[in-house]
Design a protein around this ligand. Structure first.
Ligand SMILES: NC(=O)c1ccc[n+]([C@@H]2O[C@H](COP(=O)([O-])OP(=O)(O)OC[C@H]3O[C@@H](n4cnc5c(N)ncnc54)[C@H](O)[C@@H]3O)[C@@H](O)[C@H]2O)c1
Length: 326
């Protein structure tokens, strides 16, 4: 049985569909609904409402269910908030994750897929970024994720656990389920494609662009945007890898090319046909200038191929979802 933490959230709920499409039927979700939604779960997947940091609850879950694999999505993830409220991030992302991982190890869970992030690299010296690039996170969000990676690495290195892990270092996740009916509904979301879709729908009156004096071709930050359904299917491949190889690995999960903020704005204007208002404002603390993935390791070692690497499709699915969402 697979335990999916944070399964009611944006990426978790898409991954549940990918797991089911791949034939996985024994799935349990643990989510405290801090930013997730009950309606985002498939009707045949059970939700346990609670925190991954609740050791007593975890004891009960592991005693009552034969869990052999965990996909750990549950976290807080707003960079700017993490700079203002570091305790919240270290507690939820590191402390609660370490409780979950310790319990998983105690109950002999074998496979653990961790939602890591390219934020652990900070401002990389060059692009594309490989997995061995120096880790220099610029904010408590990235640091709390890197600490969890280190915790997993040290646990496995000590050799006293049945657990193996794959850390997937996501780049910028965007778009909505290609089949429709599901997308990002995170309250107060700050991700660019999501916010741009909200502006195009008239849910916000303008788009703020944080910094137009970066050393990039149009002065705005560069990111590697990956469609959420491609990201979701990579988790199925990561689980297969763990079952097949029985060893731990870290992988960058992005498409390997980047777009500036203004290029995303142009794509969203193109697909929506709306010439929405854009305002340049000063840089935000904790933002990297440019980052995109070297994904060659993942392409070589996981049985995974991107299907939706098209920025207009990413924007279109985000927009369609934003126009119709509950
Ligand atoms: N969205 C991105 O672009 C992106 C990029 C890199 C990494 N990630 C990582 O992917 C994961 C999922 O992100 P998302 O975009 O789906 O966010 P989300 O906020 O939509 O989902 C997070 C889910 O975790 C739940 N949760 C939070 N704390 C919890 C706790 N202590 N116990 C139980 N449930 C808890 C929330 O209720 C929510 O359902 C996170 O770990 C995040 O750091 C996301």
């Amino acid at each position: 049985m697979i335990l999916v933490t944070g399964g009611a959230g944006y990426i978790g709920s898409h991954t549940l569909r990918a797991l089911q499409a791949a034939g996985h039927t024994q799935i349990l979700v643990l989510d405290n609904l801090y930013s997730g939604h009950r309606w985002a779960l498939p009707s045949n997947v059970a939700l346990i409402e609670g925190s991954v940091g609740d050791a007593t609850l975890l004891d009960r879950i592991f005693k009552e269910h034969p869990i052999d694999s965990i996909l750990h999505f549950a976290a807080h993830l707003e960079v700017e908030e993490s700079v203002r409220e570091p305790v919240k991030y270290y507690e939820n992302n590191f402390r609660n994750s370490s409780i979950l991982i310790s319990k998983a190890s105690e109950y002999l869970v074998k496979n653990f897929v961790f939602s890591s992030t390219c934020a652990i690299y900070g401002n990389p010296p060059s692009n594309p970024v490989g997995e061995d690039c120096p880790k220099s996170p610029l904010n408590p969000y990235g640091k709390s994720k890197l600490m969890t990676e280190w915790f997993l690495e040290d646990l496995v290195r000590a050799g006293k656990t049945a657990l193996n892990y794959v850390s997937l270092r996501y780049f910028n996740v965007a778009g909505a389920h290609v089949a429709g009916g599901l997308g990002q509904a995170t309250p107060r979301a700050t991700q660019l494609v999501k916010v741009t879709a909200e502006v195009a729908c008239g849910k916000r009156d303008k788009l703020l662009v944080y910094g137009s004096d970066y050393a990039t071709h149009d002065g705005t930050c560069i990111r590697d945007y990956i469609h959420v359904d491609d990201l979701a299917s990579a988790h199925v491949s990561a689980l297969d890898f763990l079952k097949r190889e029985r060893r731990s690995e870290v992988f960058n999960l992005g498409y390997g090319s980047g777009y500036t903020v203004l290029e995303i704005v142009a794509a969203m204007k193109r697909v929506s046909g709306v010439n929405f208002k854009v305002e340049m404002v000063p840089r935000r603390p904790g933002d990297a200038e440019a980052i995109f993935a070297d994904n060659s390791k993942l392409l070589a070692m996981l049985d995974w191929k991107p299907r939706y690497a098209d920025i207009d499709l990413i924007c279109q699915t985000a927009l369609d979802w934003e126009r119709t969402r509950p």
